[in-house]
Design a protein around this ligand. Structure first.
Ligand code: GTP
Ligand code: MG
Length: 409
């Protein structure tokens, strides 16, 4: 009975932690003095209170940051936060727009919001026995591999099973073609109408080949809004997939059944990162080439360095046209998730990803600060030109710029 009471208080008390702290103390302390509460219940209560105090500290940090904000901004953030965690799509969209903003004030607000969403996220994870609430999957492949068509089919399969799916489409090609994302939206017509799916193109600016710093933050916001499967689509032509691999639990490479030449653009390093390779369009006339490519990749993967203690990358065939192989692919993905969770590799991976991401942000910001610093800004093109024409060594040019920068900062 006491266990049940404690458990139900636990669940309902999270949103009102301050009240809970007081309530539990006032309920348990007198009962304890009367000898009506067992040792184990007291122990559970104490550890739970410790957790709450920790939670209050996290809130305090967020509140400290929020102190710089005006009342109006605080109200706006509060509404956005409440709407976001209760699953309102409009609030999620607005929150992602806020984190994508380059406006300094808005970035400050975005950080306060993110901090709150992260605290909420941590609480939810604690309730989930410390296990991640969402499965993050990166999907990459060369242009035209069939990524969007696959996501449309796969996404529908997942929402039919009751999942909430968020698709973050990172598309570096859209800045040049100007309409690729529009194309994606029309290719994902069914999924974009589904109330349990949310599709969001990422802006193309940023230093990581289309993946912006905000993709990672958008993942956090989607999870805070209750999406439990996050698909991040990238075109495998640049650095973007390396950056995406550092944000997701599983990295899936989609390859069309094309000859060697067409796959030249796919860098070996990308194949090395794949936890699963899916040969797309395995239907009709393309079935035979798909089988051939599958065999080639099975042999190729055997030669690659093993990245996980428990998982061997697999090669599968799928068709988004006939649906063939897509359920099997999902089963394999769950198998991967399970094995990574059981071995503890998933948690370790997520922790190291956080660290990598922090350094990515530092690098990006330090470089931006350096390039725009008045002491070096005008020197850069002149020295670059001298290095290019061979009148100055790269090392000397770098030293000159760094010296000018450090003297003036
Ligand atoms: N036969 C067959 N064709 C497919 C399949 N999936 C996609 N296609 C076709 O392949 C072409 C490219 O598909 P997309 O889904 O747009 O490919 P993508 O990888 O998203 O392309 P980008 O976003 O431009 O990089 C389209 O003409 C699709 O109709 C499939 O399973 N079978
Ligand atoms: Mg696409």
């Amino acid at each position: 009975m006491q266990g049940i009471t404690l458990c139900s208080i636990k669940t309902s008390a999270y949103p009102v932690c301050r009240y809970f702290n007081r309530t539990v103390v006032s309920l348990v302390k007198p009962a304890q003095s009367l000898g009506a509460v067992s040792e184990s219940c007291i122990w559970k209560t104490n550890s739970f209170l410790k957790l709450f105090r920790k939670r209050l500290c996290i809130s305090a940090v967020a509140h400290q940051d929020a102190d710089n904000l005006t009342e109006k901004e605080k109200r706006l953030l509060s509404n956005l936060y409440t709407g976001l965690i209760s699953g309102q799509r409009a609030c999620l969209a607005e929150a992602i727009t806020l984190v994508e903003s380059t406006h300094i004030r808005k970035r400050e607000m975005a950080q306060v919001l993110l901090q709150r969403v992260l605290s909420h996220h941590r609480e939810q994870e604690t309730l989930n026995s410390g296990e991640p609430l969402a499965f993050r999957v990166g999907l990459s492949g060369p242009p035209g591999a069939g990524k969007s068509t696959f996501i449309e089919f796969f996404g529908k399969t997942l929402t039919d099973e009751g999942h909430k799916v968020a698709v973050l489409a990172v598309d570096p090609s859209s800045s040049t073609s100007g309409g690729s994302l529009l194309g994606d939206k029309t290719r994902m017509t069914e999924l974009s109408r589904d109330m349990n799916a949310y599709i969001r193109p990422s802006p193309t600016r940023g230093t990581l080949g289309g993946v912006t710093r905000t993709t990672n933050e958008a993942i956090v916001l989607c999870e805070g809004s209750g999406y439990n499967i996050i698909l991040v689509e990238t075109v495998g032509v640049g650095q973007s997939e390396f950056a995406v691999a550092d944000m997701v639990d599983m990295f899936v490479l989609l390859l069309p059944p094309a000859g060697g030449d067409e796959l030249q653009g796919i860098k070996r390093g990308i194949v090395e990162m794949a936890d699963l390779v899916a040969i797309t369009k395995a239907d009709g006339d393309l079935l035979i080439p798909a089988r051939k490519i599958q065999t080639e990749y099975v042999s190729a993967l055997k030669l690659l360095r093993k990245r996980s203690r428990t998982w061997n990358p697999q090669v599968m065939r799928i068709s988004a046209k006939t649906g063939e192989g897509i359920q099997d692919l999902w089963k394999k993905m769950l198998e991967f998730q399970n094995s990574m969770l059981t071995s503890g590799e998933l948690i370790t991976k997520r922790r190291s990803q956080q660290r990598v991401w922090m350094w990515n942000l530092i690098q990006e910001n330090v470089l931006l600060h350096f390039r725009n610093h008045p002491a070096v800004k005008h020197q850069i093109p002149i020295l670059e030109e001298r290095v290019r024409t061979g009148t100055l060594s790269p090392g000397l040019a770098a030293d000159m710029l760094l010296n000018a920068f450090s003297k003036s900062s």
